[in-house]
Design a protein around this ligand. Sequence first.
Ligand SMILES: C[S@@+](CC[C@H](N)C(=O)[O-])C[C@H]1O[C@@H](n2cnc3c(N)ncnc32)[C@H](O)[C@@H]1O
Length: 232
Amino acid sequence: MTGPQTANTQAWDRYGSHHLRKKTAAPPIPDTIRWAFGTAGPGTEVLGPLAGRRVLELGCGTGRYAAHLAHHHHAHVTGVESSLAQYQRAVSFYGSVPGLTLVRADAVDYLQQADTFDVIISIHGALCFTPPSLLLPGVFTTLRPGGLLAASVLHTNYRGHGPSQTVEPSPQRLQITGQAPDTVYRWVLTPTLWRRLLAEHGLAVTSVDHINSDADDDPTSCCLIRATRDQR
Ligand SMILES: C[S@@+](CC[C@H](N)C(=O)[O-])C[C@H]1O[C@@H](n2cnc3c(N)ncnc32)[C@H](O)[C@@H]1O
């Protein structure tokens, strides 16, 4: 693993361990996907019909959205999470949801041996926390030809800073309630750069939705990127 991947897994592990210690309760299964923060933006409908489809979430965290897709949309969902503590939370919260499989692995490693999926999603997940040159080849081989990739990424951070015009990660704040913020490394790139990187890996971007926070004093802006795998 690269330095940023290791640092991210360790930071998310500290985050998850904090919540395990606090015994933070399982939230109910959400009734839609929120691609951005707050209530702004489109929901699960951007993924199209899901019943019976094979869906992979890269960086599923507590598994809430993977559980949502299995429970409310009857998809066959696999959620992959690299942090042990986050994975443990996901298993304890939603491990018994029918149609949901939870895997503890780094997304790069998982994609090297995975079966194919109809849809791959990353909701502020592995796509923005992993070197694109390592992750995107596996996304291409794992997505069926014509399949959909949908990913939300930061466009600007909570200070309104970003995005980067070069393929470099930037340090970003990870807030842990009641503690000093931790640091994670995210690829916060321009939509042009995401388009180019995805195209280089056989993924044609079909839309980029900008979603601003709905709180007046929050300059955070996100992008929901959708792309289809070419038919090669
Ligand atoms: C911001 S959380 C989002 C979790 C979930 N998608 C949600 O919206 O609730 C990001 C999660 O992605 C995981 N993650 C980051 N990079 C990853 C990678 N390369 N492989 C697997 N999981 C990863 C982190 O450990 C963390 O739990």
